[in-house]
Every structure is written in structure tokens, then in C-alpha cells.
Design a protein around this ligand. Structure first.
Ligand code: 0L1
Ligand code: MG
Length: 259
């Protein structure tokens, strides 16, 4: 089938909007390259912007071995975060979701633009205003959360919603790579992880994102949110579930699943 990236983006955008499952796009377009998939992501963002949504940040995905093993894709990817994805309460409605999962993350909030190649952790610290506990909700549009690298990139790295904690912390509050995190569902621990599970240190995830974006002549803007990637495997959720993430020494963040 001749490959029209606009057409593929429209197809994916529709399924994202309607919360509908779809077949892997690589089944119809086996020659789709990762670069094409990022172009599709960009076109979907333009579609979202035309509906009044705006780009407020980026997420890194598949930054821990646990997550890579879970989905069988062995490299970090990025996705776009929009204003409509940010939750303004800790209640997540199942309406319009397919098979959501949640994962414990950290969010870096930038105070300066950051763009370039060979960005190192210290460049990231100089540009970071604060760090917040976060929970990301992912909901792949692909049946059974089954995809190739190209598919998942085209589907905006499964981005759906995210919740930020109310309390911001100084980037120098603690050694983020040493911080333990556990995620509980309905009072039972599901998974435990530590900051170093995220590319050795969550700050490295932000540096890697900037280096990846530079290849497309993109960068981070002051005020943007960056989700650094799940510390642990993601947890399936359904209506009625109560999620609690315990960030060692910082407190907890919770989410309730409603109809
Ligand atoms: O945030 C993530 O790590 C998700 C990236 C995409 C893979 C998935 O849907 O689990
Ligand atoms: Mg994530």
C-alpha cells in the first residue's frame, strides 16, 4: 500500500480521539520507519492543536528494563504531552479509555529552554526548576498493547493522561537515583523500583530526550513538563481501583478510577 503519512496520522488521531482499538499500522505499512513514525506523531500533534489542544511537554517511554521487557521494545522513545492530557483531579474516568495502565514517574519542570546535541545531566539541572511526583496513564490504541517500535512511536508512545503531585521539590532535594518507589493497587503492592531503574538516573532521561529531539531540530521550552519514564512495570487498572504511589521520603500520590 502506498504510504501517505497524513492519512496514517488521521487514522491514528481518530482512534486516539474516540478511544478505539486498531490494528498495528505496520501490518498495512511494513516498511514504515521510526523516522516516519515520529513524523506521524508530529502530524497528530498538529491535528490536536487545530482542535485547541496545546503542546505542554514531552514524555520519555521505555526507559527502564522492566518496561522494555514488558512490551518487547528495547529502546527509549518519546511522546508529546498536551494540555488535555493533564488531569486536574486525582479521579480518572474510564470513559473513552480502552485498556489503561498506570505507572509511577517523575516530572521535571523546566525554567529555561533546552536544545542541542550532547546534552549532559548538568545541562539539565541548570535548566530545571523543580521535580514533581507523577503518575502516567498509558492506553495503547493497539489491540492487546501489542506493537512494534514504529507502531508505538506513531501512537504517541501510548500517551493518554498524566497526574502531577501538588508538591514540587527542589532538583537538589535528594539523590533521585536512590529514591525507592512502590505502586499499590487497592492496598496491595504491585511493583517496586528505584530511580536508577530509569536509565541509571531520571535526569539522564531528560538529557536523552533533548538529544533525540535535536535530530528533528526540536527542543524543550521553559515551563514544559517532562515525564522521565516509568520506574516499574505498568499496572492494569479498571473502574473502582485505587492507586497509590509511595515516593520514598516525599510522600504519596493517589488516583481513583471512576466510571
Ligand atoms: O510510558 C511508557 O513507557 C509507555 C511507552 C509505550 C509502551 C507502552 O505502551 O507500554
Ligand atoms: Mg510512561
Amino acid at each position: 500500500m502506498a504510504m501517505d503519512l497524513q492519512e496514517i496520522a488521521r487514522h491514528i488521531d481518530e482512534h486516539q480521539q474516540q478511544g478505539r482499538e486498531m490494528d498495528k499500522v505496520t501490518l498495512s505499512y511494513p516498511s514504515l520507519k521510526v523516522e516516519d513514525a515520529y513524523k506521524i506523531q508530529r502530524i497528530c500533534m498538529e491535528e490536536a492543536a487545530s482542535r485547541g489542544d496545546s503542546l505542554i511537554g514531552w514524555k520519555m517511554g521505555l526507559t527502564s528494563a522492566a518496561k522494555q521487557k514488558m512490551v518487547g521494545v528495547e529502546e527509549p522513545i518519546y511522546g508529546r504531552l498536551t494540555s488535555s492530557m493533564e488531569m486536574n483531579s486525582s479521579v480518572l474516568s474510564m470513559e473513552g479509555l480502552i485498556h489503561p495502565k498506570v505507572e509511577p514517574e517523575l516530572a521535571f519542570i523546566l525554567k529555561k529552554d533546552l536544545k542541542g546535541e550532547n546534552i549532559r545531566p548538568r545541562d539539565v539541572w541548570m535548566a530545571t526548576d523543580c521535580v514533581l511526583p507523577a503518575i502516567e496513564v498509558i492506553d495503547s490504541r493497539y489491540r492487546n498493547f501489542s506493537f512494534t517500535l514504529e507502531d508505538v512511536v506513531a501512537d504517541n508512545a501510548s500517551s493518554t493522561k498524566f497526574l502531577l503531585g501538588d508538591q514540587a521539590f527542589s532538583p537538589y532535594e535528594k539523590a533521585w537515583d536512590k529514591m525507592g518507589v512502590s505502586i499499590l493497587k487497592n492496598g496491595e503492592v504491585q511493583h517496586e523500583g528505584v530511580g536508577s531503574d530509569v536509565l541509571g538516573h531520571p535526569v539522564r532521561s531528560v538529557a536523552e530526550l533533548v538529544n533525540m529531539l535535536h535530530k528533528e531540530d526540536l527542543g524543550l521550552k521553559a515551563g514544559m513538563v517532562v515525564l522521565t519514564g516509568g520506574f516499574t512495570e505498568a499496572v492494569n487498572v479498571e473502574e473502582g481501583d485505587e492507586i497509590l504511589v509511595d515516593y520514598e521520603g516525599l510522600g504519596t500520590l493517589s488516583m481513583s478510577l471512576s466510571k
